[in-house]
Design a protein around this ligand. Structure first.
Ligand code: 1HE
Length: 293
């Protein structure tokens, strides 16, 4: 069920609530979900008005692309200061996503371009459907990233790869994006949202304080000098471990009522021709031995 009015959203955004998970949809497919002022302020209001019962957010895009980035028609007649203040507004909104109260999963498909990639980079987990492509075409448009991309994209793929994307227009596909760190999960076309929801359900099953520590403390610890970071880690550990939720969960494990950690499920690999030959030869040898015995 959509809850657009509850959040006072423009028509370019819609929201569905799935128990403790809110799904925010960029809903401007006729403009490839290009982000204009209305949409960016709508995203801001959505994250600002999240009810306490919501414990994770999934963002996805309607139509054939996740987002074509900044609505280029919105900057054609602006001056220097409007660009500066506009960019700072994007920073505030994307900071609110990255440093907000709940983990955010971005489900990507089609074009994830410019500001669309900056939005995706502010999320904590990214799922990319096959067919996704990433680009930073700011260079060819005569502008620069303005939505936090120069901080967040290098954290994912490194400065030199981002330089290459911006200087040469190089694009990466979904499979390359996985290898480079642009997304953590790959999904089949049309299956990204289901995967995103599945991951969000896993996330909300964690203790709230653990999720808080992961999205608030972990990135700061990772950026801090090691001595400060380790002290912050110890403080966060002690706060989480002292919480009742931790006590209940630890007791459940010790009483053998909690799930064990399981190894990743990997599909059985078809034997390579050489292995197949070797295993047939092995079987033949075994039959011979049995016959000799
Ligand atoms: C747009 C935008 C947009 C599409 N602003 N209107 N972003 C870019 O430089 C990417 C520009 N867009 C594209 O390269 C392509 O549109 C796509 C590869 C994303 C999709 O192609 P396609 O063939 O599916 O769609 P289309 O026919 O190009 O676009 C459909 C409509 O959306 C069309 O409008 P129409 O009125 O002619 O139907 C397009 O003009 C419109 N449209 N993208 C405005 N971006 C905070 S700083 C961030 C800096 C940036 O993000 S720079 C990157 C900007």
């Amino acid at each position: 069920m959509t809850h657009t009015t509850q959040f006072d959203l423009p028509s370019s955004l819609s929201v569905e609530l799935h128990d403790e998970i809110a799904v925010l949809c960029l809903s401007r497919p006729e403009k490839r979900n290009a982000i204009d002022d209305e949409m960016i302020h709508g995203i801001d209001r959505f994250f600002g008005a999240l009810p306490a019962a919501i414990r994770a957010v999934v963002i996805h895009g309607k139509g054939v692309h996740f987002s074509a980035g900044l609505d280029l028609s919105s900057i054609t007649d602006g001056d220097g200061s409007s660009g500066l203040f506009g960019s700072r507004a994007w920073h505030r909104v994307f900071d609110r996503i990255e440093h907000g109260d709940v983990p955010v999963v971005a489900v990507l498909h089609g074009a994830v371009v410019g500001g669309g990639l900056e939005l995706a980079a502010a999320a904590h987990i990214r799922v990319a459907e096959r067919g996704t492509f990433y680009a930073l075409p700011e260079g060819s448009r005569g502008i620069f990233v303005g939505g936090g991309g120069s901080v967040r994209v290098p954290q994912l793929i490194g400065v030199s790869r981002m330089m290459d994307m911006m200087l040469t227009g190089r694009t990466y596909d979904a499979e390359e994006g996985i290898t480079l760190g642009l997304s953590q999960y790959l999904a089949e076309p049309g299956e990204g949202l289901a995967k995103g929801l599945e991951l969000a359900k896993r996330v909300v099953a964690n203790a709230p304080l653990t999720n808080f520590a992961v999205i608030q403390a972990l990135p700061r610890v990772a950026r801090a000098d090691p001595e400060t970071g380790l002290l912050l880690e110890s403080l966060m550990f002690s706060v989480a471990a002292a919480d009742d939720e931790a006590k209940v969960r630890l007791r459940a494990f010790l009483d053998k009522r909690a799930q064990k950690v399981s190894a990743p499920v990997t599909a059985p690999r078809p034997p390579a021709p050489a292995e197949e030959f070797a295993s047939k030869r092995g079987a033949a040898a075994a039959r011979t031995m049995v016959a000799v015995l």
